[in-house]
Write a protein that binds this ligand. Sequence first.
Ligand code: ZN
Ligand code: ZN
Ligand code: ZN
Length: 87
Amino acid sequence: MFERQECHHTDQIRDAEPSAQGCEDCLRTGDTWVHLRECLVCGHVGCCDSSKNRHATKHFHATEHPIVKSFELGEDWRYCYVDDMLV
Ligand SMILES: [Zn+2]
Ligand SMILES: [Zn+2]
Ligand SMILES: [Zn+2]
């Protein structure tokens, strides 16, 4: 890819409340996680790809909600799964 990419998914961002203070799927099964990502479309909180369950990525595949943000204190970035880039 040589051209600069643009993300056209940011208009799907809703002002959703986070669904939980931890990965809601890991909390259900009693698993642990490394870092958290929050879906900016529905507020689903899931664990990152360094976590064994990768619930944030699974949530994207299940729902096609494209954009997550970091749910970690002191981190401020948003990521689009479809474009594989920070937005
Ligand atoms: Zn995008
Ligand atoms: Zn998880
Ligand atoms: Zn979602």
